[in-house]
Write a protein that binds this ligand. Structure first.
Ligand code: SF4
Length: 234
């Protein structure tokens, strides 16, 4: 079992933060803390992005393919982002993809994937907290109710989607722009008012300075530390 991750104490250079991110992901991949979850944990690309996408939990396909949003819901999600400038490949390379839980919770008795329990969410939370400390995101995109609940008080989707929410994360205030879950099983984003609110949320993401920055230039990625050394601090 891997140790609970601790947030890095002091600001670091980009190269040091990339090295810490790679180390963090290696430890996360070894995590087996939750007995009711099926791993291995799914981890996105080690990119030091100012934009952080937070999903809910991977499905069984994602565990097999070892990539977040690798199946049908991902197709819808990446179509949304392609509409505002980043296709799937570019999105995976420029946005850090995390989740509330990184392992597959299994199937629910009545069908669909089981919603992770409170203890599982709490067990996995330190991994996300460490990533937020390392990445220092300027824009967070929680996708789906469980992910939205990680950042915002519980409210109906129609009250939170389509708006920018300034949220205090540690010492910084970060813009949170929630999206509904792109699952085909959900009709929320395909019917009103969900469809209009989704369009509004995507327009807000497209206009956000952090999104515009990653459209202009890919953020540094672990494995290219020498290149990152030459960059100014993010
Ligand atoms: S869900 Fe998170 S805390 Fe639980 S085993 Fe997977 S990576 Fe570890």
């Amino acid at each position: 079992m891997s140790a609970v991750p601790r947030a890095p104490a002091a600001p670091r250079t980009v190269a040091e933060r990339l090295a810490a991110l790679a180390q963090h992901q290696a430890r996360l991949r070894r995590c087996r803390r939750c007995p009711g979850m099926t791993g291995p944990p799914v981890v996105g690309a080690p990119v030091l992005s100012p934009v952080l996408l937070v999903g809910q939990a991977p499905g069984s396909r994602e565990i097999g393919l070892r990539r977040p949003f690798a199946w049908t819901a991902g197709k819808t999600l990446f179509r949304w982002f392609e509409g505002i400038g980043l296709d799937e490949e570019a999105f995976r390379a420029r946005v850090y993809m995390a989740a509330v839980c990184r392992c597959f919770p299994g199937k629910a008795p009545k069908g669909g994937d089981r919603v992770p329990g409170e203890a599982e969410v709490a067990s996995c939370a330190p991994w996300l907290e460490a990533e937020i400390a390392l990445l220092r995101p300027r824009l967070v995109i929680p996708t789906g109710r469980l992910a939205i609940a990680r950042f915002l008080e519980h409210r109906a989707l129609a009250e939170v989607v389509g708006r920018v929410h300034p949220v205090r994360l540690g010492r910084r205030t970060v813009d949170v722009i929630p999206l509904p879950h792109p699952s085909g099983a959900s009709v929320w984003h395909r019917t009103e008012p969900g469809r209009t609110l989704l369009g509004r949320a995507l327009a807000l993401i497209a206009a956000h300075p952090a999104w515009r920055a990653i459209l202009r230039r890919p953020p540094p990625r672990a494995g290219t530390a020498a290149q990152a050394e030459a960059r100014p601090r993010a």
